[in-house]
Design a protein around this ligand. Structure first.
Ligand code: CU
Ligand code: ZN
Length: 226
């Protein structure tokens, strides 16, 4: 990132100033307090981005030799969703974090029937109860077949099964290297969006088109920012 925009130096000092604008910040996402942490970091990053140019001006631009200012790295993109069941009750939430070329997914559910449940990312960001058929098929920009254990698979949106315990709670944490939160055909935030869906039964990981996983019992539209 060279980010000279807005800096009075950009034209005159050339390459020597490229690192003037880079201020490294650490972006820590903990599951608790995630959004407030994110907001604080974004505000701090904005301030830090402005700081180097102000400092440069203060130094009088005489020599164009600036002290080293550690650079800025913007927080990675994130997304989130709230899952509802067919009656509209909130039954869970998930966070999506860009991690390298893939996306880390952290899903928590509550109040669901116990058992092993299929979880998928579906193609359309629309969750119309009670059937949630509006979410379309699995997110599959590469035209693969269904299933993490299918030789011709998997769909980009295929995920491991989740166990829901006797108290109705379940947790799934996985990195999906086939999707991203940026741009392009594998982005979860593409034109028609995408949705996270939980099914009544387990995914057999190989049957077309959806792993024989039964009804869609919960659905959440994936939205930017989480
Ligand atoms: Cu599904
Ligand atoms: Zn699939």
């Amino acid at each position: 990132m060279s980010g000279g925009e807005g800096c009075p130096h950009a034209g005159s000092c050339g390459a020597t100033h490229r690192h003037c604008y880079r201020v490294y910040t650490k972006y820590d996402v903990s599951r608790e307090g995630r959004s407030s942490t994110g907001d604080t970091v974004k505000r701090a990053a904005r301030r830090l981005r402005q700081a180097p140019c102000i400092i440069a001006l203060a130094l009088g631009l005489a020599s164009c030799s600036l002290p080293y200012i550690p650079g800025v790295t913007l927080p990675p993109p994130s997304a989130g969703t709230t899952l509802r069941d067919a009656s509209g009750r909130v039954v869970g939430s998930a966070v999506f974090l860009q991690e390298g070329d893939g996306v880390r997914i952290l899903l928590d559910v509550k109040g669901l029937p116990p058992g092993t449940k299929a979880v998928h990312i579906h193609d359309v960001g629309q969750c119309t109860p009670p059937s949630f058929e509006s979410a379309g098929p699995h997110f599959n920009p590469t035209k693969a077949q269904h299933g993490l254990e299918n030789r011709k698979g998997p769909h980009a949106g295929d995920l491991p099964n989740m166990t829901v315990n006797d108290t109705g709670q379940g947790h799934l944490e996985v990195t999906n290297p086939r999707v991203n939160l940026k741009t392009g055909p594998t982005s979860l935030l593409d034109g028609n969006g995408s949705a996270l869906v939980v099914h009544a039964g387990p995914d057999d990981m190989r049957s077309e088109p959806a792993g024989n996983s039964g009804a869609r019992i919960a659905c959440g539209v994936i939205v930017r920012g989480g």
